[in-house]
Ligand binder design. Sequence first.
Ligand code: HEM
Ligand code: NAG
Length: 331
Amino acid sequence: MNQLGMSLVVLVFMCHGIGTLSDNGVLVLDYYQESCPIVEEIVQRQVEIAALKDPRMAASLLRLHFHDCFVMGCDASVLLDNYGGITSEKQAAPNVNSLRGFEVIDGIKYLLEEACPDAVSCSDILAIAARDAVALRGGPRWNVYLGRRDSLKADFKGANQFIPAPNSSLGTLIANFRQQGLDTRDLVALSGSHTMGKARCLSFRQRVYTEDYEENNNGHHRNTIFRRILSSICPKSGRDGALAPLDLKTPARFDNHYFLNIIEGNGLLISDNVLVTQDFEGEIREHVFAYASDQEYFFDSFGTSMIKMGNINVLTGNQGEIRSNCRFVNS
Ligand code: HEM
Ligand SMILES: *[C@@H]1O[C@H](CO)[C@@H](O)[C@H](O)[C@H]1NC(C)=O
């Protein structure tokens, strides 16, 4: 083979390589093999300890990664406190009085700085912790691609704009996920996260007291028991912080019960129920039924979609930094 032929082969091979890489972006599995081989062990152990102390923490850590990735990408911007020129995303509407787990991440970061100083990014900690939290509750365990770096800023406005509201219509949810490079299958699979954790009255009040979401063809209201339970937790006004489980049936387990719930009209949030009630594109409900009838299929899809979400706008190479304290940029 002449030189040109050879370089063509190499070129084709490389393009193919880039094609496969793009599934996982520029992140790699063994990023810390040299600099911090113990990282996954430390994170997993701390997630276990945190969830033993507070069972809800598994859900909270999963959500933290989501709220990080949807705002400027998975760059730990969500962890920054108000300081210097930074307006923290923690104060934004979807996060304030709601997002939790920051102390757990601080604790993990502290141990990692002892074990391997300046090596592991806060954004990678979030990605590993989310995976371990799901696995700990009986969910799938996917490989976490690593090598993210941490942002030098936060995006308060972005947090209000890009994290979907609990009363979003299906069209809004689809558009919102598409904006992040995620498709309808990702939307449905990732919504399955609501198989664990809790929501505040403030987040589901509209769902309990707005009629049109649950009228059947005869105009009769379904799920009156479900509504009665919820209205006893969440009055028409007041008690904004009162909690209800997102998955009424198996609140502590990561399983596919979420999908069975929403098929029965028993999703806690409006954004959960619209996956079944507003399926104008035809394919959404199909995913819901497929996940409801096949947990393994849901688990596979969930892992795939989490890897996709974990790749959103990551900072790599010499972009950003490795923060030494997740709450502040390095001075
Ligand atoms: C599809 C659009 C989504 C909407 C509208 C939404 C909305 C919400 C809301 C309103 C809450 C309750 C917050 C509160 O009242 O304090 C919540 C909780 C939660 N969300 Fe979502 N979410 C969505 C997608 C996701 C995704 C993609 C994930 C993870 C990948 C996720 C994971 C969670 C978890 C685990 C909780 C429980 C957190 C805890 O108990 O601390 N959600 N979500
Ligand atoms: C969603 O809730 C917000 C605030 O509670 C409200 O301003 C908005 O109109 C609601 N949107 C829909 C589509 O109901």
